[in-house]
Design a protein around this ligand. Structure first.
Ligand code: NAD
Length: 251
């Protein structure tokens, strides 16, 4: 029986499974709740799963640093035992890194931001695509950013990593289009999460001011878009960038 009998089948994710990286909190946490609300069984991949209240059979957590290839492979094996190959993969784990001018932007910080935000998207996708191909279905949804299109002042690696996510996703969407797998990106503007704690009030005010809707976004607003892309209803879209940016990309 469907987990969500009140939902039309095309909007329901019952009998479906998902992996959400960085799903322990913030935008990822909201994505997990939204997918579960549509009936999906979710496995959170996060480096810190201490705050995830697991519900066996509905919500599980696997501790993994997505910058480690060995950790990814171990997490994939644990996940396979729980749900097999997920129907839906959401690559959401990400860090902002420093916001300093180029000359102060240390090479080690650049490497870390690229490793978490970009290389991990490649590496995690790579462990799940073979199973999705075999099954001839899958949804890969990557959390990029408006910064991947517009850049981020004093955030050279962040903007570059998110532009990379968009380029990677569009290329992969074409590669997998014959395999029943879609690959899409979501590009949020500044969203009200813990990431905000690393920013000055002035930075936040300026960011909100650049948005035609004149506010920060909410994690739930990003999650609703991700969930929509995951549903059977979103069946004729791949290689797209969905903005959740209060009109920011429309200017
Ligand atoms: P957050 O810091 O609130 O949550 C990030 C989660 O990712 C945390 O649970 C963290 O433990 C996990 N994580 C970080 N590095 C990891 C690693 N190496 N391995 C495994 N897990 C790791 O951040 P958020 O604001 O929810 O951001 C989520 C995504 O949305 C990121 O990709 C971010 O770049 C993107 N984004 C955020 C905003 C925003 O304004 N908050 C805007 C645009 C895009």
């Amino acid at each position: 029986e469907a987990a969500t009998p009140w939902l039309p089948e095309k909007y329901s994710l019952s009998n479906q499974t998902a992996v959400v990286t960085g799903g322990a909190k913030g935008i990822g946490g909201a994505i997990v709740r939204e997918l579960m609300a549509l009936g999906c069984r979710v496995v959170v991949w996060d480096q810190d799963v201490s705050a995830v209240a697991t519900m066996p059979g509905r919500l599980e957590a696997v501790a993994v640093d997505v910058t480690s290839q060995a950790a990814i492979e171990a997490a994939e094996a644990r996940t396979a035992a729980l749900i097999g190959t997920p129907d839906i993969l959401v690559n959401n784990a990400g860090i902002q890194g420093p916001t300093v001018p180029l000359q102060d932007y240390e090479r080690s910080a650049w490497d870390r931001v690229i490793a978490v935000n970009l290389t991990a998207v490649y590496a995690v996708s790579r462990v799940f695509v073979p199973g999705m191909k075999k099954r001839k279905s899958g949804r890969i949804i990557n959390i990029a950013s408006v910064a991947g299109i517009r850049g981020l002042t004093d955030g050279s690696a962040y903007g570059a990593s998110k532009a990379g996510v968009i380029g990677f996703s569009i290329g992969l969407s074409k590669e997998l289009v014959g395999d029943g797998i879609t690959v899409n990106c979501v590009a949020p503007a500044l969203i009200d999460t813990d990431l905000k704690l690393q920013m000055s009030e002035e930075f936040i005010r300026k960011a909100a001011d650049r948005v035609p809707m004149k506010r920060l976004g909410k994690a739930e607003e990003v999650a609703a878009t991700v969930a929509w892309i995951a549903t059977p209803a979103c069946s004729f879209t791949t290689g797209a960038v969905f903005d959740v940016a209060g009109g920011r990309l429309g200017l």
